[in-house]
Ligand binder design. Structure first.
Ligand code: SF4
Length: 351
């Protein structure tokens, strides 16, 4: 079954989303600074679409995932689901319940995200206690077995405990719980990162199958561009709490214009390393700066290979890099347009 994306409507919309955590020190817990986990993120998600959110550890992608389903309150900014602003206070109980039902999450670690004392039937059926309208009491066992079957597990194993399943099977249990309430959006927070490579592909294939069958929209969070390529329609690359580049799969992978995306792609391993031209590889030096003290100007300027290559030669186009924060703007490359936050976007400079 082929999936369909309705690009004429917007299901989930983030606008200038900010989440700063206070840093408290001393006996009286005085606020001495802020960790800028998410710092001005905007995007639209269409029904049936998969948006990949990719970046290194600490870039704010998991915080973004939690903000999207209101597990955290943002410092500022808005999220709209089906046109309703999620953070408008007060959201009454019924509206909140509807929201929770329509946006579900699958967590990264299938070893710790499932309660070891509960059977698979109890884990997958737990959401029905809060939303009995989806599966009334008498029909719950059959509904859970149907869900287990949908995710490729044996429905007869409904009374088993999580430790009796492999890592990939446990993640399938997490997915079954995620789709139990027929949500419209599934936030997938690094759903395959803790799995063996051979099992990752099986889980990704399962997610694709479910998306085509159920018309789900995914926000697929990952730290590896290679993992999301197969499944994502669009990709947002995050760096230090902000989106560095966003475009469709082809634009990001074949024509990246942000130096950070170009560096990430050059680091993607190829099946036969002898075929990879090592002179084409961009090695980023230095660590990711602390989100508690991000650099002025472009967040990436302390590690930008392009700035080092051109700026230090005196190219005036680069003088803004350390002073002015680049906004996410449309970048036109031939017939294609996508979004890039760089003062000097463009194809890779190869030496
Ligand atoms: Fe590099 Fe400057 Fe672009 Fe930032 S704005 S990515 S420092 S070239």
């Amino acid at each position: 079954m082929k999936k369909t994306i309705d690009t004429n409507s917007v299901l989930l919309q983030a606008r200038d989303l900010v989440k700063h955590y206070p840093i408290k020190t001393g006996v009286i817990r005085h606020t001495t600074g802020f960790v800028r986990a998410v710092d001005g993120v905007s995007f639209d998600l269409h029904p049936g679409e998969t948006l990949g959110v990719v970046g290194e550890s600490g870039c704010g992608k998991s915080t973004l995932g939690r903000l999207l389903m209101r597990l955290e309150e943002p410092t500022s900014g808005s999220v709209f689901f089906d046109g309703v602003e999620m953070y408008r206070q007060p959201l009454n109980g019924a509206a909140m319940k509807k929201l929770r039902r329509n946006i579900q999450i699958v967590f990264q670690d299938p070893y710790t995200s499932l309660n070891p004392r509960m059977t698979v039937g109890d884990i997958v059926g737990e959401p029905f206690k809060i939303h009995p309208e989806v599966a009334p009491k008498g029909s719950r066992r059959a509904k859970v077995q149907e869900l287990l079957d949908m995710v490729g597990l044996n429905p007869e194993h409904i009374s088993r405990y999580p430790h009796q399943f492999s890592g990939g099977q446990r993640q399938r249990i997490g997915v079954a719980r995620g789709i139990a309430l027929n949500p419209k959006v599934l936030i997938l927070d690094e759903p395959v990162s803790a799995l063996d490579v051979s099992v990752q592909a099986q889980v990704v294939n399962l997610l694709e199958k479910l998306q085509a069958e159920l018309g789900l929209a995914y926000v697929f969070i990952a730290h590896d561009l290679a993992v999301v390529r197969h499944i994502c329609d669009r990709v947002a690359v995050m760096y230090l709490g902000r989106i560095a580049e966003m475009g469709n799969e082809e634009e990001i992978y074949d024509r990246p214009t942000h130096p950070y995306t170009q560096a990430l792609l050059s680091a993607v391993p190829v099946p036969d390393p002898t075929l990879k031209d090592s002179s084409n590889q961009i090695v980023l030096t230095g660590d990711v700066p602390s989100p508690a003290n991000p650099p002025a100007g472009c967040r990436f300027h302390t590690r930008c290979w392009k700035l080092k290559a051109q700026g230090e030669l005196g190219d005036s186009a680069f003088t803004a890099c350390s002073e002015v924060l680049p906004e996410l703007r449309e970048h036109r490359d031939g017939q294609r347009t996508h979004l890039c936050a760089c003062h000097v976007p463009g194809p890779r400079i190869t030496g």
